[in-house]
Design a protein around this ligand. Structure first.
Ligand code: 5GP
Length: 206
């Protein structure tokens, strides 16, 4: 069995990445979504061990010391990190593991695992991002302005990603993401066993 593909999906707040992830996992088999640890408080309806592992700052810092994270970052005053053990266990089982994380963490993972696939999800325009954030109807003008400012900062790192997915149609974005991950399985670098076998089979004709 071949190892799974490690994929990182990032996107602006309001890019719809949560919806794309949910639909990808409900439609296609063979995926495992990593559950992050965070020091932020659970939102309404969030359960420990489902959306996140909710930790105190002290517990999180202990995990940092123990090198328990594949990556971690500070985002809007809280820590977020990917526990390494689950990711490796699932990759070794042949699952395609997805991390839905912000840009600083994504770039840390790419340094350690150059074969990771980095995908950035975005609406088709800045105006559309603002429209979506306002459409939620729950945020003040000030919060929306600060999200848009952050999106501007994050956009500077988009060119470090392998692929940019425009999410103007969720179903299309899901199928494009699935296609990108499938095509990673076909990379020559992941198929050295097959290449060696065929070369051996052809050696008799030399
Ligand atoms: P939220 O608090 O809205 O759930 O997440 C805030 C941001 O943190 C999102 O951009 C999300 O992708 C990112 N995030 C979630 N888990 C992790 C993680 O383990 N590591 C990093 N670096 N970012 C994360």
């Amino acid at each position: 069995m071949t190892k799974g593909v490690l994929t990182i999906v990032s996107g602006f707040a309001g890019s719809g990445k949560g919806t794309v992830m949910k639909r990808l996992l409900s439609r296609h088999e063979g995926y495992a979504l990593s559950i992050s640890a965070t020091t932020r408080k659970p939102r309404n309806g969030e359960r420990d061990g489902v959306e996140y592992f909710f930790k105190t700052k002290e517990a999180f810092e202990k995990m940092i010391e123990e090198h328990a994270f594949l990556e971690y970052a500070s985002y809007v005053g809280n820590y977020y990190g990917t526990p390494a053990s689950y990711v490796d266990e699932q990759l070794n089982l042949g699952k395609d593991v997805i991390l839905e994380i912000e840009v600083q963490g994504a770039l840390q993972v790419k340094k350690q695992r150059p074969d990771a696939l980095l995908v950035f999800l975005t609406p088709q325009s800045g105006q559309e991002l603002e429209r979506r954030l306002r459409g939620r109807g729950t945020e003040t003008d000030e919060v929306i302005r600060s999200r848009m400012k952050r999106a501007g900062e994050e956009s500077k790192l988009m060119s470090s990603y392998d692929y940019i997915l425009v999410n103007d149609d969720v179903d299309r974005a899901v199928e494009e993401l699935h296609g990108l991950i499938r095509s990673q399985h076909l990379a020559a670098s992941r198929n050295s066993g097959l290449i060696e076998r065929i070369s051996r089979e052809l050696a008799v004709y030399q």
